[in-house]
Structures are given as structure tokens and as C-alpha cells.
Design a protein around this ligand. Structure first.
Ligand code: XIL
Length: 655
């Protein structure tokens, strides 16, 4: 423990400081913080025991977070306060770690396992300086996970909340991301909110729920690649009671949260650590949304980490929460080339073996959740441009099985859970006329024609405005999206918006926000208006737990709630679209068919061919005309106003 001197003179340094709580028995193991992604560093905490001195390079701490290979989400309930004692959840008596002060001659448990990276060992130094543990980068950072420090012989208990706090300071103002992950493989890591660190020590603290019986506990933070020094001190990790659930009341102008509206089910992606750890996040999701999709926990590297090993821990916890709170669950994804385990990607399996692996994966996942998950993304992102032609993406699934891998996957998925709706899911396929969208439509139509069981197409819906304000490639043509929805209706395939977000190129400004607001409103309106679109999932609740900054570093601010979990203007824009309707989908103002005011781009751009006719049933989701559910006086009014147009039918999804 020490009062930070503002004259930390270590000037050129690292990107990341990682503190690892790690049992001594684990030091010989090779689990890195990147877990199974294969992209993180592979080594565990090597490092020399004993205090003082910079340990020799060994055992870096890899992590998948920034490479898109593992869950990068913000952590929950974190706060920081300059010079203050740890706040947040009340501590209970038995602190797990109380000796993270770096004051004595020996700095166990932290210093004993301090380590620098195996990849760029010359780039940084570690030292106990003035009673703090300091990391300094001596060259510009190359790898955000360059430094790992410390361990503790602490085993963490499952289903236990932990309060973590530490103080941090820097030689100059730095923006730092804190990241925590507990557990051996499979390892779900997550980022904590970015924090501005200054030469004045501040306490950072947060609370989260640990799900596993963890022999290895890890804790790290990254300081970014900017040269400089960051010092930590006073590290405490302690079990605490579950935090209370705060109340949340929607700010939607209608007074109705999204989930009250029956014509389009709203969902959000959630990542297990923040989702289960942040009570306000949970309260908002429960109040506003009808569906959840796990952002990462069902990715094959996490849920199927060994050829014969499945780990349902995170997804089970999410599913239980969803069930308790009345939300539907989307299974995502079954067959995908990304976030796959090393045993699969580095294997030399032939066609028959790959089919057997795929079938086993489908059986285990769909069997485990049979009857509980109504929607599954069976195949994800399988179309790509290869040598200038849009065709099957070259992946280990496609290349080792062949063009029929989708036929086999969908047919097997139908057998695994006949009640589930099966989707093909992809990005940049929303607009008719886009070459990839047209290719995907051709593939889906072909599947449908040949009787392969596919119920819906998932439009991921990831769009953006560029940092310089350019919208030419990132803002879709809404009419082309409407036309695409319509042609899927013609072939009896439903459309679900599955991963919508709209990222803003930094810096944000009012005009970019306006473009974002309009995008969300217009896409929602297009879905409401289409007879075969009744699901709209956003990819993450808030800018706090966003996947965007780590995947697209030039972008941020993509979501409906801000990093304080306050609703943003884009939330309001979507709410205003819903506010034009009664919750059963009938328009409040029949003269405008529910389209007045909220969404300029949608006016006059109803769905294309195939939208007429009364209630229809396609892909297992049946829709009834709202007219049949309306009061007689309202029907008369509609008739007089001539608004019983097919394009104004609202939908009551029955799937
Ligand atoms: C993303 C997650 O949100 C990130 O946390 C992870 O690092 C990478 O994957 N298309 C998909 C989703 O189908 O599974 C991806 O999710 C986003 C793009």
C-alpha cells in the first residue's frame, strides 16, 4: 500500500497489465487466459517465484477477448472512485485475498507468478515500486495481452458472487480496460468498462457471479498499447452476497416496454458474465425484451471444448434465468467456422468423421435444450466471396464435408428437435440486389425447393456510419430490405433480424446519432410491415457490454443503452415506432396505419410482392390479421378509411 507519487518515471510501456489469481498447483499447466480460442496466449503463469526483480519471460497470458474469439463484454457493476476505499457490494468477513499490497519483502501471492509475455518479452518490465506493482512498456505495445502478473492459491466457488477491488494509478492519463476472467478451460472472459486512469490513485471495484468450481482463478487488466506505466495496489477479492435487483421502469413514450408489443418480438444478445453479474442489466433485459441470444456461451470453443467434452454451465445459467423471467431463448450457433475449438480446427478429420462430429454437436446441444429453445441458428455465415464469386465459404465444415453440409445440418437439426424453428444466419444479406444477399436467397430457395427443413433466414443486421461520416456502404437501402423480406415470404421463409446493431465511427456526433436513430427505427418499421418478420434481436443491450470496440476499434456507441445503462436516442426512436401501435399490433392511428411520425424512411415503402392476402402461415409461424382481433367499431372505422390494406396487417406471431 502506498500513496502514489505523481512522478512515476517509467515512461514507455505496455498495453496490458494482467493480474492473475492462480493456484500454485496450476502453474505448471498451460491454460492461458485465452482458453480454447486458440488465439490467446497459450501459456499459464510461469514466472519465477519469490519477490523482487523482474521475472524472466515465461508464460504469457493469452486472451481471446480482443481478437473476436471469445466473449468480450463489459463487466458488471463496476465503479471507481479517486482515492476512495473499495465501494460496491458490501464485503463479507472472509476476504479471499488480503495481501495484495506489495508492501512486504515478499509479495506473494501476486509477485510470485508475475510474468511477462513469451511473445514480446523485451517490451515491458515489471517491478514493485514504492509498494505497488507496476508494469511499464519499454517499447510500443504489440500485444494487448503482453503481461501477466500474480496468482493466488485460491479456488473459487460456483454460483458465488465475488467483489473485486484494487487501486490503480498511472504515470500520466491513460485509458485502461479492466478484464476479469475466472476459471480453467473453457474460459469465458470479458472486458470491464474502460476507465480513465490518472496519476491519482483510484479504486476500481465490481462484483460478479462465478459459475464454476474453479481451481484456477484469474484476474487481469489491460492498459492499452500506449507507452507508459500503470501501477496497481491493494487487491482484494472476496465472496459477497448476491446483489439486490434494482427496479427498472421503461422510459418508452407509450409506457410499454418493447416486450409488450406482440407483433414483433424483441430480443437481445447477452454475455454470461455481465448478464448474470449486473442486476440492472438483468432488470432491463427482463423488462424490455422477449428473447435472449447468448453472445458467446454456445460458441463451439466454449460449449464443446473437447472432442467428448461439453460444458453447458454458462448457457444453462442463462437459460434458467430466461425461463424464470419468461424470455425465449435462441440457440446460436450450431455450425460455424469461427470460435471453434482447436481440437476441431487442427484435426485431420475426413468427411465421415466431420459429419459424425457435426451430428454429435447438434444432437448434444439440441438434445440438452430440447423443447426449451424455439429457434436455432443451424448454420452461420457460410457464404462468402471466393475468387470473385459468391459461393460457399471455404471452412473446415464445407471443405471437409462438401456442398451438402448444410443439407445434412438442417436435416439432422430437424430430427434432433422437431419443434424448433431452424435458421440460416448471416450478415450483409439484408438487401435484395446485394450480390451476397442474392446468393444466400438462391441457396435458401434451393434448400426449400428440395425439402430441406429451413424455417427462417436470420438477417444479422450489423450496420454502421464510418468515422468520417460516410454512409455509402454502412447504411442500407431500406426498400431493398423490404423487397428482400418480401421475396422470402414468397418462398415461405420467415425473416428474423438476429443481431442488429449500428456502430458509429469515432468520434460520435449529432449527425451520426441521427443516422443511427433512423436506421433502428426504419428497420423495425420494415419488420413490422413485413408479413413474415416477427423477430428483432439487437446484438447487445448497451455500450457497456458491447462487442464493437474490441472487434472494430474505430467504432463504438452501437447499442440502445449507454455505458451507464441509460436509454439512448436510438432506444427512443424504436420506442416511437412501437408507440404508433396498440400492443396487439393494431395501429393507434388507423389513417396512417401506424406509420406516422416514427419512421420517415418507411412511409410509402410497404412490402413488395407476396404481402397481400389474409393471415398466412409460413415456416411454422402463423400470423392472424389484426382486423380479426379488433373491436367492431374499429373495423368499421378501418373499412371506412380504407385501411384494411394487406400491407397494414399486423401480426400476432404464434411461434
Ligand atoms: C461476436 C460476439 O458478440 C463477440 O463477443 C465475440 O468476440 C465475437 O463474436 N456474428 C455472429 C455472432 O454470428 O456470433 C458474433 O458475436 C458477431 C457476428
Amino acid at each position: 500500500m502506498v500513496v502514489i507519487s505523481s512522478a512515476l518515471r517509467l515512461t514507455a510501456f505496455s498495453s496490458i497489465v494482467a493480474l492473475c489469481l492462480w493456484p500454485a498447483s496450476a502453474s505448471a499447466q498451460s491454460a492461458g487466459m485465452g482458453g480454447t480460442s486458440g488465439n490467446g496466449g497459450a501459456a499459464g503463469p510461469g514466472g519465477a517465484a519469490g519477490g523482487g526483480g523482474v521475472p524472466s519471460s515465461s508464460g504469457g497470458t493469452g486472451s481471446g477477448g480482443a481478437d473476436g474469439q471469445s466473449g468480450g463484454t463489459a463487466a458488471a457493476g463496476m465503479s471507481s472512485s479517486a482515492g476512495a476505499a473499495a465501494g460496491g457490494a458490501p464485503a463479507v468477513s472472509s476476504n479471499l485475498v488480503t495481501n495484495g499490497t506489495f508492501d512486504g519483502a515478499s509479495y506473494e501471492p501476486w509477485w510470485g507468478y508475475a510474468t511477462t509475455t513469451t511473445e514480446n518479452p523485451a517490451d515491458q518490465t515489471l517491478a514493485v515500486t514504492n509498494g505497488q506493482l507496476c508494469a511499464t512498456m519499454t517499447a510500443a505495445g504489440k500485444n494487448v495481452w503482453d503481461v501477466g502478473i500474480g496468482l493466488s492459491p485460491v479456488a473459487l466457488k460456483p454460483n458465488q458472487y465475488y467483489h473485486i477491488s484494487f487501486s490503480v494509478s498511472a504515470d500520466a492519463n491513460h485509458t485502461i480496460k479492466f478484464k476479469t476472467g475466472f476459471g480453467a478451460d473453457p474460459y469465458t472472459d470479458y472486458f470491464i468498462k474502460t476507465v480513465a486512469v490518472t496519476p491519482t490513485a483510484q479504486t476500481v471495484d465490481y462484483t460478479y457471479l462465478n459459475l464454476r468450481d474453479d481451481a484456477m482463478a484469474q484476474f487481469q487488466f489491460q492498459i492499452g498499447k500506449t507507452p507508459g506505466t500503470v501501477c496497481v495496489d491493494n487487491i482484494v477479492i472476496e465472496p459477497v452476497p448476491a446483489p439486490a435487483t434494482p427496479s427498472y421502469t421503461t422510459t418508452a413514450p407509450s409506457g410499454h416496454p418493447f416486450k409488450d408489443y406482440k407483433m414483433v418480438k424483441m430480443g437481445t444478445a447477452v454475455d454470461t458474465p455481465i448478464f448474470l453479474s449486473n442486476p440492472l442489466h438483468n432488470a432491463i433485459v427482463a423488462a424490455e425484451f422477449s428473447m435472449v441470444t447468448p453472445a458467446n456461451s454456445m460458441k463451439m470453443n466454449l460449449i464443446h471444448p473437447g472432442v467428448d467434452t461439453y460444458d453447458f454451465t454458462d448457457t444453462d445459467a442463462l437459460a434458467a434465468w430466461a425461463q424464470t423471467n419468461g424470455l425465449e431463448f435462441r440457440g446460436h450457433p450450431l455450425v460455424w467456422h469461427t470460435q471453434a475449438p482447436n481440437w476441431l480446427t487442427s484435426g485431420t478429420f475426413d468427411r465421415d468423421q466431420m459429419i459424425a462430429i457435426m451430428y454429435d454437436h447438434i444432437d448434444k446441444l439440441m438434445g440438452h435444450y430440447k423443447g426449451r429453445f424455439p429457434y436455432w441458428d443451424v448454420v452461420n455465415e457460410a457464404i462468402d466471396q471466393v475468387n470473385g464469386t459468391w459461393t460457399y465459404r471455404s471452412t473446415f465444415w464445407h471443405d471437409r464435408i462438401g456442398d451438402d453440409f448444410m443439407d445434412l445440418a438442417f436435416t439432422h437439426a430437424r430430427a434432433a428437435d422437431p419443434a424448433a424453428k431452424l435458421l440460416y444466419n448471416d450478415y450483409n444479406i439484408e438487401q435484395k440486389g446485394n450480390p451476397k444477399a442474392d446468393k444466400v436467397f438462391e441457396v435458401v430457395k434451393d434448400l426449400k425447393t428440395r425439402g430441406i427443413p429451413i424455417d427462417a433466414i436470420g438477417f444479422q443486421g450489423h450496420y454502421y456510419v464510418e468515422p468520417n461520416g460516410n454512409t455509402s456502404s454502412g447504411v442500407p437501402n431500406m426498400q431493398a430490405i423490404r423487397d428482400n423480406m418480401a421475396r422470402y415470404a414468397e418462398i415461405g421463409v420467415d425473416v428474423q433480424i438476429t443481431e442488429c446493431d449500428f456502430r458509429i465511427g469515432k468520434p460520435n456526433d449529432a449527425s451520426k446519432t441521427e443516422i443511427q436513430n433512423k436506421f433502428y427505427a426504419d428497420l423495425l418499421q420494415a419488420c413490422i410491415d413485413a408479413k413474415n418478420c416477427s423477430h428483432f434481436t439487437v446484438w447487445g443491450l448497451s455500450d457497456l457490454d458491447s462487442w464493437v470496440p474490441s472487434t472494430f476499434p474505430e467504432y463504438d456507441y452501437a447499442h440502445l443503452f449507454d455505458s451507464q445503462l441509460k436509454p439512448k436516442a436510438d432506444y427512443l426512436a424504436m420506442s416511437q415506432v412501437f408507440a404508433q401501435y396498440n400492443t396487439d399490433g393494431t395501429p393507434l392511428n388507423p389513417a396512417t396505419g401506424g406509420m406516422a411520425g416514427g419512421s420517415s424512411a418507411s412511409a410509402g415503402s410497404g412490402p413488395g410482392p407476396g404481402s397481400s392476402g389474409s393471415g398466412s402461415s409460413s415456416g411454422g409461424c402463423s400470423f392472424a390479421s389484426r382486423a380479426s382481433d379488433s373491436a367492431p367499431w374499429l373495423l368499421t372505422a378501418f373499412a371506412m378509411l380504407g385501411v384494411l390494406r394487406s400491407r397494414r396487417r399486423s401480426k400476432h406471431a404464434r411461434c
